[in-house]
Design a protein around this ligand. Structure first.
Ligand code: PLP
Length: 411
């Protein structure tokens, strides 16, 4: 008899965005004339900058010529892209990353999910709450979560690092010892950040406790405050204890093209039962070369073009555009009487719902009354209950209209 991986049966609800899409589709079917504005799923809307398109066109042409044709590439990425990452994303900020520490992939969704392969099942996992659901779900699938408690909405063996308005969205260091710590900054969904000194406390914790920090910096390009780091390696000692995930998805509009990278420094290690250190750079290399055949050549040429002068200029313009949308949402919702967080160093605005309103109730109300789609905070973790996420990734036109509709109803 073929046995199923019963860890999958521990997953409590269907994937958040799948539920939203289903609800919106049902509503649209019943109300075919409604002009629904989607500020829910964190997907970009600005087209790919021309300089990146040109680079990809050129790469496509190379594929049609026997002299320049490319078959399988290096599983962990081409050096031409890694050299640019090393120079522009790290060296220019005073961070020394070797190209052997850079692993190119088709997205950090996969990398954040796959990284669990490197760690023993008995590790204690700490996850910010609320946060991007992939960290929790992949640990449930790989058997680290323990049983689900319906009453608290939490898994028994996961340490939840609550981030709410009460603690200023700053996670407290856990009282118990944890081994794998997931931090996502700027945070999805709250749009809040940690300063360098706040992040240093986590790096110090990880060094003292022989833990590892899995740092998701998907939104670092939105950071504008001086004291907010763009990379965890800006923090002294982080190279010993942190793996960092960065993506071109939100930075350069690659959500549909797919390209990202993960940094596994040479120094970062986990331990055998006997306490012997094992360096993770080699393990991740082995894992990727076995289970992944590399991001496409054409897309990597596109990612390379994000580092040209013109590419960087066009990308910054897009980020400015999304941040202006956030400012419109933030201002409009404050005028409508909501308490609003995030939206400054991040593309996400996080609303505190008044009078203890539940996230999914607000989702339904917003969809029906204003024909606007957002994301219920509770979908990102139990501490997200009573909150709601709107994104700056829509078009300016839709953002302005959505905010006007909300203001009309809630003023
Ligand atoms: N990490 C965070 C925090 C995200 O919000 C997302 C996408 O929304 C991802 C990772 C996925 O990134 P990618 O498109 O590179 O798979």
């Amino acid at each position: 008899m073929i046995r199923v991986n019963e860890n999958f049966l521990q997953i409590q609800q269907s994937y958040l965005f799948g539920t939203i899409i289903k609800k919106v589709d049902e509503y649209a079917k019943e109300n075919p004339d409604a002009k629904v504005i989607k500020l829910g799923v964190g997907d970009v809307t600005r087209p790919i900058p021309q300089v990146i398109l040109d680079a990809m066109h050129k790469a496509v042409e190379e594929m049609g010529d026997a002299k320049t044709f490319k078959g399988y590439g290096p599983e962990i990425g081409y050096d031409f892209l890694k050299e640019k990452i090393k120079e522009y994303d790290y060296k220019r900020s005073g961070i020394d990353i070797d190209i052997s520490e850079i692993f190119i992939s088709d997205g950090i969704n996969s990398d954040c999910g796959n990284i669990v392969d490197l760690f023993a099942q008995e590790n204690r996992v700490a996850i910010a709450d609320p946060v991007y659901p992939v960290y929790l779900d992949t640990n449930v699938m790989s058997g680290r979560s323990g049983d689900y408690d319906k009453e608290t909405g939490k898994y028994k063996d996961i340490v939840y690092l609550s981030v709410t308005a009460e603690n200023g969205f700053i996670p407290e260091l856990p009282k118990e010892k944890v081994d794998m710590i997931y931090l996502c900054y700027p945070n999805n969904p709250t749009g809040t950040t940690l300063t360098k000194s706040q992040l240093k406390e986590w790096v110090d914790y990880a060094r003292e406790n022989k833990s590892i920090i899995l740092f998701d910096a998907a939104y670092e390009a939105f950071v504008s405050d001086e004291d907010v780091p763009h990379s965890i390696y800006e923090i002294e000692g982080a190279k010993e204890v942190a793996i960092e995930f960065k993506s071109y998805s939100k930075t350069a509009g690659f959500t549909g093209l797919r390209c990202a990278y993960t940094i596994v420094p040479k120094e970062v290690k986990a331990y055998t039962k006997e306490g012997e250190p094992v360096y993770l750079n080699k393990l991740w290399d082995r894992r990727q070369c076995t289970k992944f055949n590399g991001a496409s050549y054409v897309i990597q040429r596109g990612a390379e073009a994000t580092y040209t002068e013109e590419g960087r200029k066009q990308i910054l313009e897009n980020i400015k555009y999304y941040k202006e949308n956030c400012a419109i949402i933030k201002r409009g919702l404050e005028e409508a009487g909501f308490t609003v967080y995030g939206g400054v160093n991040s593309p996400y605005v996080w609303l505190k719902l008044p009078d203890g309103e539940k996230s999914w109730d607000f989702f339904d109300k917003l969809l029906k009354k204003a024909n606007v789609v957002g994301t219920p905070g509770v979908g990102f973790g139990p501490s997200g209950e009573g909150y709601f996420r709107l994104t700056g990734f829509g078009t300016k036109e839709n953002t302005v209209e959505a905010v006007e509709r909300i203001k009309k109803i809630w003023n």
